[in-house]
Design a protein around this ligand. Structure first.
Ligand code: GTP
Ligand code: MG
Ligand code: ZN
Length: 335
């Protein structure tokens, strides 16, 4: 029987069929042995007694954080205040979703806390509309301006992503007061959310199918090679064609001959800052894996400083290949 996983708790998988019958089951040993990882949103087949998942259907897509599969739309939820709006964090989510080829929209929540909402809207829309993102400004608490947003997310499998305390669960409650998911004030001390939602779960009602997820902030670009990052920033990439070096990373290194830096006044400051921030993370990643492979090579080697230099030089060339192999592995493993 074909069902969809809507919640996972330790070894238990909560699944639902298309008639909304729900079952709790475990994973068949053979799937465990194959190290098959089941995600919320996965379509699975059950055994005749409904006690076991016996097979996993091919995924349309997935994201490793929050762990979710078969997504039509990701909504990145941000608070305008409490916690304060952090555009680098927003760009982090958007870039990560773009890497996974998942369509995204942005929902700016807590508009009731913004005294200059008109001005804020103008600034934000100027950045994100040209990038093709649909943006919504709402107050989940006061249930204002929900109409357009709620219509947009109907009849799709939607995942709510965003930091803790931005109001993901409150939005769900405001769309259907009958569900009443636990929410909690942000901490007075840290001004951050309290990680109230602990598990990813698909909530279905009327024409909605929404995954509420726990907020988190430690998403890092430690899985991507530095030269690939530019492909995830269309607004910066468009100026990179005239860079003198084809391997230019558009940072301080080649600043006098970098066409991106020459055109910086045309790029939004927070977008370029985000690019540099993620670039540093991916440079660290590249450094780490090439050091690792040089170390491995040196361990294999016997003695002789001349040969050593030669081998490590050669290794550096090889490490690009190794890097790509590791990258491919990481993407699969990242599930
Ligand atoms: N003023 C105001 N407060 C809001 C709004 N939406 C949510 N809140 C409050 O923000 C706090 C956090 O909301 P949650 O819905 O728990 O946030 P969350 O994103 O689900 O957080 P995690 O589950 O920790 O990831 C709660 O006290 C909500 O009442 C809003 O539109 N305006
Ligand atoms: Mg929550
Ligand atoms: Zn450049």
């Amino acid at each position: 029987m074909q069902t969809q996983v809507y919640k996972i708790h330790s070894d238990f998988f909560y699944v639902r069929d298309k008639n909304h019958n729900e079952y709790v089951c475990k994973l068949r040993d053979v799937l465990k042995k194959q190290k098959t990882q089941i995600l919320v949103g996965d379509f699975v087949k059950l055994s005749d007694d409904y006690n076991f998942i016996v097979s996993l259907q091919k995924r349309k897509n997935f994201i490793p954080r929050p762990k979710a599969a078969n997504i039509d739309l990701a909504v990145v939820v941000c608070a305008l205040h409490e916690p304060e709006l952090d555009l680098i964090q927003l760009n982090r989510y958007l870039t990560f979703l773009k890497f996974h080829n998942i369509e995204s929209a942005i929902c700016f929540n807590k508009e009731d806390l913004d005294k200059n909402i008109k001005q804020t809207k103008k600034i934000i829309e100027k950045i994100y509309k040209p990038l093709g993102y649909k943006t919504f400004f709402i107050s989940a608490k006061n249930k204002t301006d929900l109409k357009e947003f709620s219509k947009y997310i109907q009849n799709k499998t939607v995942v709510f992503c965003g930091g803790s305390g931005v109001g993901k669960s409150t939005i769900l409650n405001s769309l259907n007061p009958m569900i009443n998911i636990k929410t909690q004030n942000i901490s007075h001390k840290t001004k951050r959310g309290c990680h109230t939602t602990r598990h990813c779960e698909i909530i279905e009602f009327n024409n909605y199918k929404i995954m509420d997820t726990p907020g988190f902030s430690c998403l890092k670009f430690d899985f991507l090679l530095p030269d690939k990052l530019i492909n995830l920033f269309d607004d910066i990439k468009k100026y990179s064609k005239d860079c003198k070096y084809s391997n230019c990373l558009h940072n301080e290194d080649n600043k006098d001959i970098c066409s991106v830096i020459y055109n910086l006044d045309k790029i939004d400051k927070s977008r370029y800052e985000s690019y540099l921030c993620f670039l540093n993370e991916s440079l660290e990643y590249k450094n780490k894996i090439s050091k690792q492979s040089i170390k491995e090579e040196e361990l294999k080697k016997e003695t002789g400083s001349k040969t050593r230099t030669k081998i490590s030089k050669k290794k550096r060339e090889e490490s690009r290949k190794t890097t790509n192999q590791k990258l491919n592995k990481t993407n699969i493993k990242g599930v």
